[in-house]
Design a binder for this molecule. Structure first.
Ligand code: RUQ
Ligand code: CUA
Ligand code: CA
Length: 643
């Protein structure tokens, strides 16, 4: 399953220069036939004729992977000139836009948007049968709330297979296939409402965890409506290959953010509602809440031994404090008291500490993971509690022993030394080595390769909720501000490099080196479920009021100039983009039937609709694919029914 990557021939060799493109377009303009020759051949022809422009290339000397220790920003290329490629991908959650955004780092250029929980017409997402059914079968909601994008790992390193995200709104998890940068599975978690964290068990992505924030009755079928003590919150484990739930763990309190240890044993969550309350004032009443530490092999044993209750088809293991499974020598869930209402929790790259951010407390709590097995009082596993500033929310890491914590209220990122925090008195600020103002109110932050065992320590993105005066005003709904900060220089400290406005509203990001991802640039038909429709395979088959139209599409036409059906027919159109040249995307739009199906080269899609409106309907290609793009259209004739 694990992909291998050859860092020497990454995306560079698949790009082509703007000069060459212009050449092709000019040629197609002169002679429409010219445009039907695969673009690849053109490029070769163009190159042979000496028309080679500057090929896309990795930005100058951006990479500081070979460096030892800190590197001055003067030795780092922070600009990515036109035609150059970024060193990193950043995957940003799109919040309640229901999508994921892909940025290049350090340019902060938006490279792509990946729709997940909402339809998106330009990608044809939710318009063809397969994606429409996926959205319907996962609840039929029209939106979701994406907070946490996490890339799968093998041996604690990003492996480029998948990106997983949560849907806080409807209690779901989704998987994005990073070969094609598209959502390929969504699971509606049966016993969870408000899935907040989304993380995987490391080192090898054994499970994806949905982290339940909202407490509700279980099952939520009308019982215990106004009986909050009876409400529950669960951690849900999902198999990353099948995307089926494997088990749930019932907890006391609720769960907010989460992260995995590095050795397959521990998984950590924060709980801000140990009060099990339903109002804000009650949820902040107690001086302490929890970090929950889940002993995953112990939970697996409980499932194996049948120590569970099956609810909605999922084995639910009781991990509450009073559970018999928590009574003995090896409790399945440890509840570690930390200061009131913690928020983020992350594990350090070496796997030794879980660090929880205080939110209402000005400290982070450094939990020594090895001590969880040794201490009687779990608070003795907290080995450091540095004072950082107001509103600490999330913490990430570099490769030099530093942690970086966002301070929501102070509008700062604070850099601190983890070992120094362990050595100093709780509540002291001795561990702090640097602070930088950000603009404004950072929620998450992230650093390059931060969730792996091997962070790079060069870039940090601060995902600021507020942008105030940083951009031209665009009305009362403000963009967020994703700020790029260089963190590679320990002497000079953190340096702000870029402001980037963003559509509401990203929460978190994962920054992945380009060598860890290997996207296809043309579909491999073997990866798709539908058979391709080739040049000789077009046809219109009719059987009992069902019509199957098979047609290819290519520059500059569809496989049928005219498709005739009868009013009331159920029509399925299978359409294949038979181009093999990169970058030539077409779509099949049938506007009055609310259809727009995208096909990239070698992609096959299918769409079904009822032809219930007699008349002439122009089907057209909505991607500007060639000089004769406007001519790429066919008629759908819907004959009125004869009585
Ligand atoms: S949360 S701003 Cu949804 Cu990750 Cu902390
Ligand atoms: Cu195909 Cu426009
Ligand atoms: Ca609380």
């Amino acid at each position: 399953m694990t992909q291998t990557h050859d860092s020497d021939d990454g995306p560079t060799d698949t790009t082509h220069s703007t000069d060459v493109d212009l050449e092709i377009d000019a040629a197609s303009e002169r002679d429409p036939l010219f445009a039907r020759i695969p673009r690849r051949d053109f490029m070769k022809a163009g190159m042979a004729a000496g028309a080679v422009g500057a090929m896309g290339s990795l930005a100058g000397c951006t990479s500081i992977l070979d460096r030892d220790g800190s590197v001055s920003i003067d030795d780092v290329d922070t600009d990515v000139a036109p035609g150059e490629l970024d060193e990193y991908y950043a995957f940003l959650s799109g919040g309640h836009s229901g999508e994921v955004r892909v940025y290049g780092v350090p340019s902060m250029r938006q490279l792509m948007r990946i729709p997940v929980f909402s339809k998106e017409s330009a990608r044809g997402y939710g318009y063809d049968d397969e994606t429409r059914e996926m959205l319907e079968e996962s609840g039929g909601y029209t939106w979701g709330d994406v907070h946490h994008p996490r890339v799968s790992q093998t041996d604690n390193e990003y492996d480029g297979r998948w990106l997983f995200v949560n849907d806080k709104a409807n209690g779901r998890l989704a998987r994005i296939d990073l070969t094609y940068f598209e959502t390929d599975a969504i699971v509606d978690l049966p016993n969870q409402q408000g899935t907040h964290g989304a993380c995987a068990l490391m080192p090898d992505t054994k499970y994806i965890f949905g982290v339940g924030e909202f407490r509700v009755p279980l099952p939520n079928d009308g019982r215990n409506l106004d009986d909050p003590e009876e409400y529950t919150s669960v951690l849900s484990a999902v198999d990353p290959e099948t995307m089926n739930p494997v088990f749930d763990v019932l907890v006391d309190g609720n769960m907010d953010n989460a992260d995995s240890g590095k050795d397959g044993r521990w998984f950590f969550g924060t709980c801000y509602n140990s009060e099990e309350a339903v109002t804000e004032s009650e949820m902040t009443r107690s001086d302490t809440d929890y970090v929950q530490a889940f002993d995953i092999p112990a939970i697996e044993d409980a499932v194996e031994n049948g120590d569970y209750e099956e609810i909605d088809g999922v084995p639910v293991v009781d991990g509450t404090k009073d559970s018999s499974l928590n009574g003995g020598d090896s409790p399945i869930v440890h509840y570690i008291d930390v200061p009131s209402n913690p928020h983020g929790v992350t594990v350090t790259p070496d796997g030794s500490y879980a660090i929880a951010s205080g939110k209402l407390d000005n400290t982070c709590s450094v939990i020594d993971i090895a001590r969880l097995d040794e201490v009687d009082d779990l608070t003795d596993a907290i080995v450091g509690q540095p004072e950082l500033g107001m509103g600490p929310l999330h913490t990430r890491y570099d490769d030099r022993g530093h942690a970086y914590t966002s301070l929501f209220i102070d509008s700062q990122v604070v850099k601190w030394d983890i070992e120094r925090a362990v050595d100093s008195e709780p509540g002291s600020d001795e561990a702090v080595v640097d602070r930088i103002d950000v603009h404004y109110s950072p929620g998450h932050l992230n650093t390059s390769q931060s969730y792996t065992a091997d962070p790079r320590g060069d870039w940090l993105i601060s995902l600021n909720k507020h942008s105030m005066d940083r951009f031209l005003p665009v009305g009362p709904t403000f963009p967020v501000n994703d700020q790029l900060i260089y963190i590679g220089d320990d002497e000079e400290g953190m340096q702000l490099v870029k402001d980037t406005p963003g559509h509401p509203e990203p929460h978190d990001a994962t920054i992945v080196h380009r060598d860890n991802i290997e996207p296809e640039t043309v579909y491999d038909p073997d990866d798709l479920e539908l058979d391709q429709i080739g040049l000789d395979e077009t046809g219109i088959e009719r059987e009992d009021g069902r019509v199957h139209v098979k047609m290819y599409n290519q520059r500059n036409h569809f496989g049928h100039d005219t498709v005739t059906v009868e009013e009331g027919d159920e029509v399925t159109i299978t359409t294949t983009n038979i181009e093999s040249a990169e970058n030539i995307v077409h779509s099949l739009a049938i506007p009055q039937y609310d259809i727009n199906v995208k096909t990239a080269p070698q992609e096959t899609r299918e769409v079904t609709f009822t032809a219930d409106k007699p008349g002439v309907y122009w089907m057209y290609c909505a991607y500007f694919c060639s000089a004769l793009h406007l001519e790429m259209r066919s008629r759908l004739l819907v004959e009125p029914k004869e009585d």
